[in-house]
Design a protein around this ligand. Structure first.
Ligand code: DOR
Length: 448
């Protein structure tokens, strides 16, 4: 090494980096977990990646996954879920609290952090469930290290976490300052209409049972209660045209997530082709709703994409509807499916980066993440926009072992995942050992 040169851990050469100012063909010099220079002259490195012809994105963050551990490891584990994340180009996840036991108390969160240490392939944080039992203690709970925030199920989906009482919702919103993540379906209406699904036993009726009105009622209510409490919200997996129209008027308080499956699959075809594998809550709906979701992506009403990775085994999914559980895998396919939409001209790569990287970092106060710039975390996702690949169940790392996109060819593929300056996935292989660590949220910026 010439005496004047400095030693980096990794130099990524000649990639097209998606920086805040736009795409730039540049080198990226990574040292001690950070991007330290965009110009590699005068630098040597222990490892070099040739990214010629590839795009380099700030590391993808999936802010909604269910990894089922503890308690439901026949469906998914933290190890397999985070391995799937890396293979799909995802560098960090927020994991959901409807495990067994539910994540309600400090010891439940600690148990997940202990399970993840040495086992998780990507970085992680865990949601705590908001419930009647812990409502008044959420101010302390939401600031525990490793906590992504508070998640509330207003309608029952999978697991025992449900808040269908307005007074409990008020109590939850009154305790804490961070954005509260909401699954908005109106429980009373869901109960009233379950007979529709029971009577037909046909999964095509899933969006009819859990209809647009069920979603809108809950979304309208939680916006009202949050306004009374002066609290910010994050509306998960928004699935209807009418919710989008409503949410567009409340952006000062409410952030919005959509999922790749709501943007990609369409009723009734998906139920005909996939049966209950397409069953998800809230449901995949028809073209009218899907067009409204895409319009909201284009208009900027949508802030983030989350996969809502919610695995169940094929055996469980094969139970007669509606006894089949709702949920599908998604963490590993989020990026390939969305890159295919980029190639089809439905959104730009810049917009995608805002939705899966810059957006989550901004909304959830993750300093150092979501941007390619000197001084930022060297969490990066390298993608080949030209690669045409067939998604296959055998590629899926999830314990459940399947994807609704099995057999579908996409254009655009993650070819390397960089975790804090370390190559953690390359060419469809993870590079061990698992080096995931808890995410650090900015504690100083959590205003109400
Ligand atoms: O379809 C779903 N499945 N929606 C949810 O909100 C929960 C999830 C699960 O945990 O299976």
């Amino acid at each position: 090494m010439p005496p004047s040169s400095r030693l980096a851990d990794l130099i990524i050469r000649h990639g097209t980096a998606i920086t805040p100012g736009g795409p730039v063909v540049t080198d990226l010099v990574c040292r001690d977990g950070l991007i330290v220079a965009l110009d590699s002259s005068g630098w040597q490195a222990r490892e070099t990646l040739d990214a010629r012809g590839l795009h380099v994105l700030p590391g993808v963050i999936d802010s909604q996954v269910h990894f089922r551990e503890p308690g439901l490891t026949h469906k998914e584990t933290l190890e397999a879920g985070t391995r799937g994340a890396l293979l799909g180009g995802v560098t960090a996840v927020f994991e959901m609290p409807n495990t067994h036991p539910l994540t309600l108390w400090p010891q439940d969160l600690q148990a997940k952090l202990d399970l993840a240490a040495g086992n998780a392939w990507c970085d992680y944080a865990f949601y705590i469930g908001g419930a009647a039992a812990n409502a008044t203690q959420l101010t302390a709970l939401e600031t525990l290290p490793g906590c992504a925030g508070i998640k509330v199920f207003m309608g029952s989906s999978f697991g025992d976490l449900l808040v269908d009482d307005d007074d409990v919702l008020r109590r939850i919103l009154a305790h804490g300052r961070r954005r509260v993540a909401i699954h908005a379906e109106d429980e009373a209406r869901l109960r009233e209409r379950r007979a529709i699904a029971e009577a037909s036993g046909d999964v095509h009726d899933h969006p009819h049972w859990r209809d647009e009105e069920s979603a809108l009622l809950a979304t309208r209510k939680i916006i009202r209660l949050a306004a009374e409490a002066g609290r910010r919200l994050h509306l998960l997996h928004v699935s209807t045209a009418s919710e989008m129209a409503l949410l567009a008027g409340h952006k000062h308080r409410v952030s919005v997530e959509v999922t790749p499956h709501h943007l990609t699959l369409t009723a009734p075809e998906c139920y005909t082709r996939l049966g209950s594998l397409a069953q998800m809550n809230p449901p995949v709906r028809d073209r009218h709703h899907q067009a409204a979701l895409w319009q909201a992506v284009r208009d900027g009403v949508v802030d983030v994409l989350g996969s809502d990775h919610a695995p169940h085994t094929l055996e469980e999914k094969a139970r007669p509807y509606p006894h089949s559980p709702s949920g599908m895998t998604g963490v590993q396919t989020l990026l390939p499916v969305m890159l295919d939409h980029v190639n089809a001209g439905r959104l730009s790569l810049m917009r995608l980066v805002d939705l899966v990287s810059a957006g989550p970092a901004r909304l959830f106060d993750l300093p150092g993440r979501g941007r390619i710039a000197v001084g930022q975390s060297a969490c990066l996702t390298l993608v080949d926009l030209n690669a045409r690949r067939r998604i296959d169940n055998r590629w899926i790392a999830s314990v459940s072992g399947w994807t609704p996109y099995d057999g579908i060819t996409v254009q655009g593929w993650p070819v390397a995942t960089i975790l804090r300056g370390m190559v953690a996935m390359r060419d469809d292989e993870v590079v061990g050992p698992p080096l995931g660590s808890p995410l650090h949220f900015d504690e100083t910026r959590r205003e109400g």
